[in-house]
Write a protein that binds this ligand. Structure first.
Ligand code: SAM
Length: 220
């Protein structure tokens, strides 16, 4: 996602209610699993895009270190520009340009051992979904907490049309096009469960959320 129209459309779009609910869900999981994160805990936001969720995480969890990772240089530039405007309010957030499909551990040695790894709307963008699960395994500290949310694929074209009408009929054309393509490229709950089993991560739970999302969460 390096095209300038996409970067601008994503940065300007109002995803705030989805971003807010994602962060609320993570706070709920932290509360449920460990009540609080130790100061200095590392949180990774994989496929962070322009950093909308990374910023919220850094603001809500100021004693943690947040790193947003994305493979598109234009996304990382946009994220850094936004962060520059938020400084000095946010000091616990950094971004790194890493293509997770091609990375080798040497490229990102300083970001191993994450206590929390999240992604939003990332899995279906990968050519090989195992990229996400392999990254999770390599970058996590023992007992790391996971939250990954993505679209889920509707079962037929009529459902795709209905979701597009419901959610993006007023959006810029680039977002309408991407939303339709994303719904069709997304995975089902059963497919993600198979990916997790193949990766040796079957302890993670996958479930449907609302009419268009799925969620993977748990401890690794
Ligand atoms: C739909 S955006 C989601 C952005 C952000 N997570 C959010 O919710 O606002 C998907 C992001 O995944 C990134 N991406 C796709 N493939 C990638 C890869 N192999 N490595 C790293 N980032 C990748 C894209 O550049 C894009 O910014």
């Amino acid at each position: 996602m390096n095209a300038s129209d996409q970067v601008i459309a994503y940065a300007e779009a109002d995803f705030s209610s989805g971003d807010h609910s994602f962060v609320e869900r993570l706070l709920e999981l932290i509360d449920h699993f460990c009540s609080t994160l130790p100061p200095g805990s590392l949180i990774l936001d994989l496929g962070c895009g322009p950093g909308n969720i990374s910023e919220r995480l850094a603001a809500c969890l100021p004693l943690s270190e947040v790193i947003g990772i994305d493979g598109a240089s234009s996304m990382i530039s946009m994220a850094n520009q936004k962060l520059f405007c938020r400084r000095p309010a946010i000091t616990n957030l950094n971004y790194q340009l890493v293509d997770l499909s091609h990375y080798c551990l040497d490229d990102i040695q300083d970001i191993k051992g994450a206590s929390v790894i999240v992604s939003n709307s990332f899995l279906h963008h990968l050519h090989a979904p195992q990229t996400l699960w392999a990254s999770v395994k390599q970058l996590s500290a023992p007992n790391a907490l996971m939250l990954h949310r993505d679209l889920r694929r509707p079962s037929n074209e009529l459902e795709v049309d209905a979701l597009c009408d419901r959610y993006v009929s007023e959006a810029p054309s680039v977002l309408q096009r991407d939303f339709r393509a994303s719904l069709k490229a997304a995975f089902t709950v059963d497919e993600v469960s198979e990916q997790l089993e193949l990766a040796g991560l079957s302890q993670f739970k996958v479930k449907e959320i609302g009419d268009r999302y799925l969620e993977v969460c748990g401890w690794w």
